[in-house]
Design a protein around this ligand. Structure first.
Ligand SMILES: [Zn+2]
Ligand SMILES: [Zn+2]
Length: 307
């Protein structure tokens, strides 16, 4: 039951010698989701040992080149690899027009369909779900419409304690009732509350991706209790003015968001090319939020399963 985030790119828009623009692979129960697709993302997937055919969906936070220039070559490559299952892409408008142009001029014979799902970046909305996972949009404050992505595991089904089954001699019907969350009445008339018999096998985990954005109290609030939060920190704290004007955040903004959300750990990234070494940014954020870690390409952050 894996739940992890692999950093594929951590730079902002200007190219640097040793960093790629934004992209991450989120692995939830061995299902892979691509979050943003900066230039070079397909090579970065290969370097990280992630088979691009395993991607179940793509989420694009916004339509700035440093978050999507890598997507179109990846779409072509998936065709070369013979993908036949549809690929959902969640992105704000007018992504559909870009996709249509790409398909018309460069990928006329793609053997699979790319399904665009429009994201309304003003809404905190459920984008997709399956048996164990929900993915939500988080409205952000950037120069163009932009939404973060929140991955939340669903509550796992109740398990009935084996020791209690023996202790109370529960029948199959009583076990089924306990699994449905009901209280169980024994033959002697005693009623056992559901909590006496059941437990959740694990605590649901959550990851929030917030880039690109000014500090947003609302966004932080929507991420309440996440185990891991990625928040862009393009600038050092002293560059507050540049950050505000350009729709970005400082290290202090990122730390403030993690504090407000009560996040377990904070990962910062989307570093401006002016910072050759991100340690200065990490140190600043850590002074406010000690559990801060740098986005480093190829590094995987794992959220452990906990009872
Ligand atoms: Zn960006
Ligand atoms: Zn941007």
């Amino acid at each position: 039951m894996s739940f992890s985030v692999t950093i594929l790119g951590c730079a902002s828009a200007k190219p640097t010698a040793n960093r790629h623009p934004s992209a991450q692979a989120v692995n939830i129960h061995e299902q892979y989701y691509l979050v943003d697709a900066g230039e070079g993302v397909q090579q970065q997937l290969i370097r990280a040992g992630i088979n691009p055919l395993k991607l179940r969906a793509v989420f694009l936070s916004h339509l700035h080149g440093d978050h999507l220039y890598g997507l179109f070559p990846l779409l072509s490559t998936l065709g070369l690899y013979g993908r036949c299952t549809p690929l959902p892409v969640y992105a704000p408008a007018p992504f559909g027009e870009m996709l249509a142009a790409h398909l018309r001029f460069l990928d006329r014979e793609l053997p699979y369909t790319v399904e665009w799902h429009e994201v309304d970046t003003t809404q905190h909305a459920l984008l997709m779900e399956n048996r164990t996972l929900e993915v939500w949009s988080i409205p952000l404050r950037h120069r163009v419409p932009c939404a973060g992505v929140l991955f939340r595991e669903k509550e796992p089904p109740l398990n009935v304690d084996k020791f209690k089954i023996t202790k109370y001699g529960l029948s199959i019907a009583q076990i089924a009732a306990a699994k449905r969350g009901e209280a169980v009445t024994l033959a002697n008339g005693e009623t056992l509350p559901n909590e006496e018999l059941t437990y959740r096998p694990y605590r649901p985990r959550a990851y929030a991706y917030l880039s690109d954005t000014n500090f947003s109290a609302r966004a932080a609030e929507l991420c309440r209790g996440v185990d891991l939060m990625y928040h862009e920190a393009t600038y050092a704290a002293a560059e507050q003015r540049s950050a505000r004007e350009r729709g970005h955040s400082t290290t202090a903004d990122a730390a403030k968001a993690a504090l407000k959300a009560g996040a377990g750990r904070l990962v910062i990234g989307h570093y401006s090319s002016r910072y050759k070494d991100e340690q200065v940014l990490v140190d600043e954020a850590r002074a406010l939020f000690p559990e801060t870690y740098p986005a480093t390409e190829g590094h995987t952050f794992t959220i452990e399963k906990q009872r």
